[in-house]
Ligand binder design. Structure first.
Ligand code: ZN
Length: 302
């Protein structure tokens, strides 16, 4: 049985009693949408990309802000758990389901941190959508790595080049050994490949491979989105599954082009071996990914 189902089912006392002890402990500690992982790091699930948090006596750090309404719910939950204001709000990347709550969580934060490309991409997106007045931007940015000791935790951000967007951070809470991957992993499901914001699927695969090698089997990973069956927490093995999914997309497109197929024909053929990536059994997301990779590959060739 997968972890998410464990947690949902364990809401009932009867189901809880039947679970192994370590899982019971996790389920008992879960309240509303807050799920502790370890050493003060956990997640908040509302609407949009998964929020990560670090709550220690002398540190309050939040990763991503979802949308204003769920950010407000998150902020209230944080206030129940800590008397501190937020030392640092981190944006894993610029997409609206990770930054639209910045005006809410950011109002309580000393700083907002993101990769240097994030405010640029966020501003461009907001201007095209006509919602500049609803934005709050990072006031601290970095280019390659950023590291700071906050309380008794060391927080390290790394940028490994264009992947899901042109500004994805890998955020490592080093002492807890928990990594927030933002949308670099859509866990066991089709991805959002945002070519307009600089997405590059080949480097994305490299980013996942390198991050796998940078960590261990004990590292806990937080993912921005997931197939509900698998959930937003996982291990480094899930990074390789995402890498292989992206590789399969690229192979299917390359083979289709070799065989003279159109983007629509390649999309209709689908992918072999990734049935578990269909959400509610629908293959439309995978078909959409194939069309986007076709666009990416043919655009590169031109
Ligand atoms: Zn995203």
């Amino acid at each position: 049985m997968n972890r998410r189902r464990f947690l949902n089912q364990s809401a009932s006392v009867l189901a809880l009693a039947a679970l192994p002890l370590p899982i019971r402990a996790v389920a008992h500690n879960r309240s509303l949408n807050f799920t502790p992982i370890r050493r003060g790091v956990g997640i908040f699930e509302g609407r949009g990309g998964t929020i990560g948090w670090l709550i220690r006596d002398d540190a309050l750090v939040v990763v991503d802000s979802q949308f204003p309404e769920s950010a407000g719910v998150c902020l209230n939950g944080l206030a129940e758990r800590s008397s501190r204001s937020i030392d640092l709000l981190i944006n894993s990347h610029h997409h609206g389901d990770h930054t639209a709550g910045n005006p809410v969580l950011g109002a309580d934060a000393n700083h907002i941190l993101a990769h240097a490309n994030v405010p640029v991409l966020q501003r461009r997106s907001a201007e095209s959508r006509g919602n500049m007045d609803q934005q709050k931007f990072a006031d601290v940015t970095y280019e390659e790595t950023w590291e700071q000791t906050i309380g008794d935790e060391v927080v390290r951000l790394q940028y490994l080049g264009p992947a899901h967007t042109g500004g994805d951070s890998i955020i490592h809470f080093q002492n807890a050994d928990v990594v927030h991957m933002g949308d670099l992993v859509f866990n066991h499901r089709h991805a959002y490949i945002d070519l307009a914001a600089g997405s590059e699927t080949l480097n994305w695969m490299s980013v996942l491979q390198r991050t796998y090698l940078d960590h261990t089997d004990d590292t806990v990973f937080i993912f921005g989105h997931a197939n509900p069956v698998n959930g937003v927490l996982g291990t480094r093995d899930d990074l390789l599954i995402k890498r292989d999914y992206l590789g399969a997309l690229r192979d299917a497109v390359a083979n289709g082009i070799r065989d003279g197929k159109t983007a629509d024909e390649i999309a209709a053929d689908g992918l072999q071996g990734f049935d578990g990536h269909k959400i509610d059994g629908s293959s439309s997301g995978i078909a959409g990914n194939l069309k986007t990779v076709y666009e990416e590959v043919t655009r590169t060739v031109e």
